[in-house]
Ligand binder design. Sequence first.
Ligand code: CU
Length: 485
Amino acid sequence: MRERMDRRQFVRTGGRIAAVAMIAPLSACDRALMGRGQDDPALPSHRAPRGPARDIEIVAEPAEVEIGPLGVFRRWTYGGHYPGPEIRLREGERLRARLVNRLPDPTTIHWHGVPVPNEADGVPGVTQEAVRPGDDFVYDFNARPAGSYIYHSHVGLQLDRGLHAPLIVEEATPHVEYDREHTVVIDDLLAGEPEMPDQDGRRGPGMMGRRGMMGRRGMMGMMGDETPDYLAFLINGRPPEDAPVLDVTEGERVRLRLMNPASATHFRVALGGHRMTVTHTDGRPVEPVEVDALEIGMGERYDVVVDANNPGIWTLAARGLGGNPSPARAILRYRGVNRSAPAGLPEGLGSGRLLRLTDLRSVETVGEPARAPDRILDLDLRREMMMQGRWTIGGQTWPDADPLPMSPGERVRVRMTNRSPHPHPMHLHGFFFRVGDALKETVVVPGHMGRIAFDFIADEPGDWFFHCHHLYHMESGMARVFSYI
Ligand SMILES: [Cu+2]
């Protein structure tokens, strides 16, 4: 395997220098061509959409969706599909997407990870009013930088009804060669309707009652994290009993775009018979690192490449961390192999080299050399018993929270301390941040006093949501907004 990588010139552009040279002119170009005058000339947006647009329509509507042997579910969907239809764009291409709301409730679309103009960010009550039933709304932005993204509803608990889909922005010149790609969407599936637990952690009968959760109920207000009792974990909308097939041919290098739009489940992902080489995190290219497994929090994406050099039928599996259902599965099937079912789950689910955050080294810069932060914010993540057990960031609970301050062009450092036992995948809208040597926009802050710091450059005006991507934590107040002061 090593030999093959060397022969094929794993990093095509030659790594850090070439990639930076590729990115920097684009950013300068943005500034020159996309800057537009606003009311306050000190706060120009660099992201006004320009160029010929690709127009699409996305209809949000309830639909009956068949999920293999689990039966037929009434889900909220984009265009009747769960997950929704994948959108593929070229880097820089302008997308004009008309959301048509045929749901019984108001909705929005958030383009998770894409640095869009603020008015296209899709956060109800922050960047737009939610689109009422029967109404529509146009999102207009240039899709850049290239990467693997997600689009999803940002209203209430709609994400857990199925309103999410992949958004792929293709590179003109990928930094790692590959012959074929598959998108892998990992999700948690409710048996019924999503609902917030009451203060004792109780949901309606049927969600929590049946599956042995009684013991946790009384403690939920104090200790629980509101994670529902999911019926199943799925890949690309299919249950383990009816796993989707990912075709490969021996000798190919296959890119897998792993995405976790699940509402409340962290996953550990591994592939039988192969190691995975991580090439991107949250869409951004990193120096390739080879692992047996990785953990992916809600809202995160990892792209990996796999050398198809071990013919057979193998399982790609995603085990829920802390969840009951059996691991989600997909089947990696080599052409011409006629064996039937693959043997068991990959060993990497329980052992082997696990990707660490410190393994991730960006091949890009953020557009300027590292410098000391202009502003440092220390934010505790915790439940506040004096606030009815709501989740807080920096002692405040959304929506009764002050804006978090930033100033134009500042380098803002956010230092988070997790004073709870639960990991929190924290997601910043509008900006990539630097965490360690990686660029990301979603990062998991481990439980039990886990500490994570990130820096971002506040170079775009607007109200930018910052929140936990555990849907039930967010709905219980775990969100703030960054705004220019
Ligand atoms: Cu959380």
